[in-house]
Design a protein around this ligand. Structure first.
Ligand SMILES: [Zn+2]
Length: 603
C-alpha cells in the first residue's frame, strides 16, 4: 500500500510539536582539526582544537577520547579478542602486522584552556584528568597535538584498500567519547561500532596535490582546489606548490571521515535544491556503470525516502569507493568493492539510509546496534517494496529470522556479542524484523506517522530504543512495550497456528487459533469461502489496549481481545463449515512466524 506525498506532508506538520522528553540534554562539540599527511612515511601530524560544551547536570573531572588506530597492532586488545574467538570478520593480517603496517596515534600534548593536563593512554582510550572541573553549563577548550601512522586497511579504514584506493581516513582523530544520561561511553574498539557527540567540524587536510579528496562536510575552497569542486565556469588558479590544503566544514555531525586517491573521478548530481550528491571512484568497467546507475537510483528514490523517513538535512552526501566492506559516516559512505553484483546497489542504499538512522538520528551504535542497522535494513527493503518489489524476499527473510535459534537477544550491546555471525544476523535481520512486526501490529498509517514522529523528535539527538517505542505508541495510541520487551530483550519467538476448524451446528463454525510460541501477537485471519468471497478477521491482543487501523481496501471484522495468558482463542463464524474453502492466520506473511506450516488449513 502506498501513501501520497501530500498526506505525509500534513503528517509532518502535525508532528512538528513532537520533541525529545523534558529534561533531555546532550553535549556539544566544535572541532577544528589540522591534519598533514606524509604519503611517503605514511605518517600524519595532527592538531585538534575542541570546544566541548557540558550541557549535562554533572560536574566533569575527567574526559575520555577514542584513539581508534591503536587497535591496529598485533598485541592490541582488539587483536587478542579477535584471535581468541577466531573472529571471522577480522582480517587475519592484524595478527602479524609489521611495524610499518600498524596503526598508531601518539599523543604529544593535551591542553585544557591553554594549560597542560595529565593524560593516560590505554590503547584505544585516552583518559584526561582535568585540572579544573568542567561545570554544568560551562565549556572547555582542549588542544591536542598528535602524530600517527596510517595503518594498512584492516577494519573500515587505512591505506591501500583491496580495490587500490590509497587512503580511507576513518576514526582517525582523537574523538571525545560520548557522555549522555548513562555517563561516559569510553568503549574500547574491537572492530565493531561507534558513538559520538553532535556539533561542528572544521577540518583542514594538507596532502600532496595529486590526491582527490572526498570528505564529510562541504569543501570551503573548492574554487581554489578544483578537482570538480569548483563552481561552474570557475577556473581554479594553478598550484605551483607540492600540496593542497583542503578546507572542509560540517554542521550537526558526530563524526568526520575522508578518503583520498589520485585516480578518483569526481561526479556531482543535484537531487533537489539544497542537496547535491557526490561520487568518487576509480573509473573502470565495473565501477563506472555502477556509479552511473547509483546516481539514477538515488534520484528516483529520494522523494520517497524523505516522505517516509524525514528530510535529508545535510546539503551534501558522498558515495566513495574505499575502506573495508561498506561503512556509514555522516554525509559520506565508503564502499570497498563497487560492482554491479546483485547486492551492491542495496548495500549503497543501505549506507545512505544510515544518514537517517545513525547520521541524523544518532543512536549509540554500541549499546543498541540494531537501532541503526535494523532500521537502515528495514528502510532499504521498504524503498524496494515501494518501487515495485513483490516483498517475497522480505517475507522469506522474516521466516528465516523466525526459524533461527539465536544465542543472544537483539538488545545485547555490540561489543558483548560473542559470535560475530550471530551479531550481524541478529542486529540486521532481527532488527529489521522488529519494524516489520511493529508495522503489522499498528497498521500502515500509524506506523508511517510514528516513523516521522521519531525523526521529528530525535534528529540531531541521541535516542534509545525506548524513545522510538514511545513515538510509535503515541502515534498508534497503543501499548507496545509487551512486544518490545520480548523481541528486544529475549530470544523468544512467534509461532501462531490454526489448531482446529469445527462445525458449530448447521450454520456456524468455530476456528480455534493457537499460540504455539512464546511471543503473543494480535491475529489476522483470512477466511475464504467456496463462493469466491472472503472475510478478514482481526483479534487484537489484550496487552495492546488498542486496535490496528486497517486500510479501506482491506477491512477487517474485529473481535474481542485475546488474552496473552491463554494459548487458544475460539473465533466464532456465522457461516456453515461447508461454505469454507480455507482459513489462514497472517495471510500476508508479515509476522516473523517460526512455523508457517500450521498457519493454514484448506478444505
Ligand atoms: Zn549498516
Amino acid at each position: 500500500m502506498k501513501y501520497s506525498i501530500a498526506l505525509l506532508c500534513s503528517v509532518i506538520l502535525t508532528n512538528a510539536i513532537a520533541q525529545a522528553p523534558t529534561g533531555y540534554w546532550q553535549q556539544r562539540v566544535e572541532y577544528q582539526i589540522d591534519i598533514r599527511l606524509d604519503d611517503q612515511a605514511q605518517a600524519i601530524q595532527g592538531r585538534e582544537k575542541l570546544k566541548y560544551y557540558n550541557h549535562s547536570p554533572d560536574t566533569l573531572r575527567r574526559v575520555f577520547f577514542h584513539l581508534y588506530w591503536n587497535a591496529f597492532q598485533p598485541s592490541s586488545s582488539y587483536a587478542r579478542w579477535a584471535k581468541a574467538r577466531k573472529d571471522p570478520f577480522t582480517n587475519e593480517r592484524l595478527f602479524d602486522l609489521k611495524q610499518e603496517e600498524q596503526g598508531r596515534q601518539d599523543i604529544f600534548s593535551v591542553l585544557q584552556n591553554g594549560s597542560a593536563v595529565s593524560y593516560r593512554v590505554n590503547e584505544t582510550i585516552m583518559e584526561v584528568e582535568l585540572s579544573r572541573p568542567l561545570l554544568p553549563g560551562d565549556y572547555d577548550v582542549f588542544d591536542i597535538a598528535w602524530q600517527g601512522q596510517v595503518p594498512v586497511t584492516i577494519k573500515r579504514g587505512g591505506r591501500d584498500n583491496s580495490a587500490g584506493v590509497a587512503y580511507s581516513f576513518t576514526q582517525w582523530y582523537p574523538k571525545i567519547c560520548a557522555y549522555d544520561r548513562d555517563g561516559w561511553h569510553a568503549d574500547p574498539y574491537i572492530g565493531r561500532e561507534f558513538y559520538g557527540e553532535f556539533g561542528s567540524f572544521k577540518v583542514d587536510i594538507t596532502l600532496p596535490k595529486k590526491y582527490v579528496v572526498a570528505a564529510t562536510g562541504v569543501l570551503q575552497n573548492g574554487n581554489t582546489i578544483g578537482y570538480g569542486y569548483e563552481k561552474e565556469g570557475v577556473k581554479p588558479p594553478p598550484n605551483y606548490g607540492f600540496v593542497n590544503v583542503w578546507k572542509f566544514s560540517a554542521e550537526n555531525v558526530h563524526d568526520f571521515a575522508w578518503a583520498a586517491d589520485p585516480e578518483f573521478t569526481h561526479e556531482k548530481k543535484e537531487l533537489r535544491e539544497g542537496l547535491t550528491l557526490h561520487f568518487f571512484y576509480q573509473p573502470g568497467p565495473e565501477t563506472t556503470p555502477f556509479f552511473q546507475a547509483l546516481q539514477q537510483r538515488c534520484a528516483e528514490i529520494l522523494p520517497y525516502m524523505e516522505a517516509r523517513f524525514g528530510k535529508h538535512l545535510y546539503p551534501q552526501f558522498s558515495f566513495v569507493q574505499g575502506g573495508e566492506s561498506a561503512m556509514e559516516y555522516p554525509m559520506l559512505t565508503l564502499i570497498e568493492q563497487t560492482t554491479l553484483a546483485a547486492n551492491a546497489m542495496p548495500t549503497a542504499i543501505h549506507e545512505w539510509m544510515h544518514n537517517w538512522y545513525y547520521g541524523m538520528i544518532g543512536n549509540d551504535e554500541n549499546e543498541e546496534a540494531w537501532l541503526d542497522e535494523g532500521f537502515a535494513s528495514y528502510a532499504t527493503a521498504d524503498v524496494d517494496l515501494h518501487a515495485g518489489d513483490d516483498g517475497k524476499n522480505i517475507r522469506s527473510g522474516l521466516a528465516s529470522i523466525a526459524s533461527r535459534q539465536w544465542k543472544e537477544p537483539l538488545g545485547t550491546p555490540a561489543n558483548a556479542y560473542s559470535d560475530s555471525y550471530d551479531y550481524y544476523d541478529v542486529v540486521y535481520g532481527k532488527g529489521a524484523a522488529f519494524l516489520w512486526q511493529i508495522r503489522y501490529i499498528v497498521g500502515e498509517e500509524p506506523f508511517q506517522r510514528g516513523m516521522l514522529r521519531y525523526y521529528d523528535s530525535w534528529h540531531f539527538k541521541h535516542p534509545r530504543g525506548g524513545d522510538f517505542l514511545r513515538c510509535m505508541e503515541r502515534s498508534a495510541d497503543m501499548e507496545l512495550d509487551w512486544f518490545y520487551d520480548l523481541w528486544v530483550k529475549t530470544t523468544k519467538t512467534v509461532d501462531y497456528g490454526i489448531e482446529q476448524v469445527a462445525a458449530d451446528g448447521a450454520s456456524a463454525t468455530n476456528i480455534t487459533l493457537k499460540n504455539f510460541g512464546e511471543v503473543p501477537m494480535p491475529a489476522e485471519v483470512l477466511v475464504q469461502f467456496r463462493d469466491g468471497s472472503s472475510e478478514r478477521h482481526y483479534v487484537p491482543l489484550d496487552l495492546q489496549y488498542g486496535a490496528k487501523q486497517f486500510a479501506a481496501e482491506t477491512p477487517a471484522i474485529s473481535h474481542d481481545p485475546w488474552s496473552f495468558s491463554v494459548q487458544t482463542y475460539v473465533l466464532h463464524l456465522n457461516r456453515a463449515m461447508s461454505d469454507i474453502k480455507s482459513v489462514e492466520i497472517d495471510p500476508g506473511g508479515w509476522t516473523a512466524d517460526k512455523d508457517r506450516k500450521n498457519n493454514r488449513k484448506d478444505f
